[in-house]
Design a protein around this ligand. Structure first.
Ligand code: SIN
Ligand code: CO
Length: 379
């Protein structure tokens, strides 16, 4: 992507300017970010997705008796009639299931892949919405069809309404309000309060959602992965090289239950020495960030005897760093020409005949394995 060229998607800002001025800092309203927007997915197709077991969906309604929330899957007849006002269907991860929506998401790849989450689509009947709230993540709200009024504000008072199945602000203080039409887009940084209300029927909004790990759960996930890797390393190294605790200076005790402080120091060192190797944390992070969502399953594929061109499956997550490649929760060491090739695969999500003609046997073998796993498709 040309990161210094003005983009219609960003209202004439380049990706670089957008990241400097708005990203994680302040909202941006773009009229006709996607000119003459034709939604890549029509209502019946979206409703079909909401009926599927492996697709996460929610139905939110509000009326005289307050807010209600139901989790999918929803058969078509379980959804309210289109004429009934005040309801919203939210379908998560549509980019994983629909090629057109996946392609739309690619336009946002000026942000690191590690930060992109998914495209959630909301379908609302007249006056439908999910209430005034804030999210922990940045979001691009693209109006795909119909009209929606967004009210937004910085909001200092983050208290929520009690006894409501959704997170709804107790005292929303909107500062600005605008109606978005098909093709218009609103970027909001994390924790910026917002309330979107459909004006008229058939309102569809795409939330291009970001993700950013929270320190404590990320730490816990990485520690679990490191523990698993360490356990394997211990098995491989067999017991003969093991360094055991020794205490030739241990005096006799009349308090035998007391934990020896030297043993505590030995234990701390055992843990820290594993952590001091930065590589182990990098690997755990790469595996964690490319782990497919729990609902994603790949179908076994086939590797042709000769690879001419390959493309990543739209559900494949692939990242890299200086020493590794990460793909769908696994890591590989890579260096030299092969690393360069695989990085191109990750950035472009595909490789052409010219790239593959120069690929080493090792790289081709790896690509064949990934074809068989259904992570990569031969073209
Ligand atoms: C919606 O599309 O109705 C909700 C999106 C959001 O507020 O994050
Ligand atoms: Co939101």
């Amino acid at each position: 992507m040309e990161i210094d060229q003005p983009l219609t998607l960003l209202g004439g800002l380049s990706a670089q300017q957008f990241m400097r001025r708005h990203w994680q800092k302040k909202p941006l309203l773009v009229r006709q970010a996607v000119p003459a927007m034709v939604p890549p997915i029509a209502r019946p197709e979206l409703f079909d997705l909401a009926a599927r077991e492996e697709v996460e969906s929610r139905l939110i309604r509000h009326g005289k008796s307050g807010w209600t929330l139901k989790h999918g899957p929803f058969a078509r007849r379980a959804l309210p009639s289109l004429k009934q006002p005040g309801w919203t269907l939210l379908v998560q991860g549509v980019d994983l299931h629909h090629q057109g929506v996946h392609e739309l998401l690619q336009q946002f790849r000026f942000v690191p892949d590690a930060r992109l989450d998914d495209v959630m689509i909301s379908y609302a009947s007249d006056t439908g919405g999910v209430g005034a709230h804030f999210d922990s993540y940045d979001v691009f709200l693209l109006q795909a069809q119909g009209r929606r009024r967004w009210s937004i504000g910085k909001q200092r008072d983050l208290r929520l309404q009690p006894h409501v199945p959704l997170k709804i602000l107790a005292q929303f203080e909107p500062e600005q309000s605008f109606v978005l039409e098909a093709g218009d887009m609103l970027y909001l940084p994390p924790r910026y309060a917002h309330d979107g209300v459909a004006e008229g029927d058939d309102c569809m909004t795409y939330s291009i959602g970001l993700r950013s790990p929270a320190a404590a759960p990320l730490g816990a996930d990485l520690l679990a992965r490191i523990a698993e890797a360490q356990a394997e390393a211990v098995e491989d190294a067999a017991a003969q090289a093991a360094v055991h605790y020794r205490d030739p200076a241990q005096p006799a005790l009349d308090t035998p239950a007391a934990m020896p402080s030297a043993l505590q120091a030995f234990a701390r060192e055992a843990v820290l020495s594993a952590m001091r190797d930065g590589d182990i944390i990098d690997r755990a992070l790469g595996e964690s960030m490319t782990e497919p969502k729990p609902t994603v399953w790949f179908d076994q594929g086939e590797a042709p005897s000769q690879l001419n061109a390959v493309a990543l499956d739209r559900r494949t997550r692939m990242l890299y760093d200086e020493r590794h490649l990460y793909i769908n929760g696994e890591s590989f060491r890579a260096s030299g020409r092969d690393a360069k090739l695989m990085r191109r695969l990750a950035d472009q999500r595909g490789l052409g005949p010219r790239d593959l003609a120069r690929a080493s046997d090792d790289a081709l073998a790896l690509l064949s394995d990934w074809c068989e796993a259904g992570w990569v498709h031969a073209e």
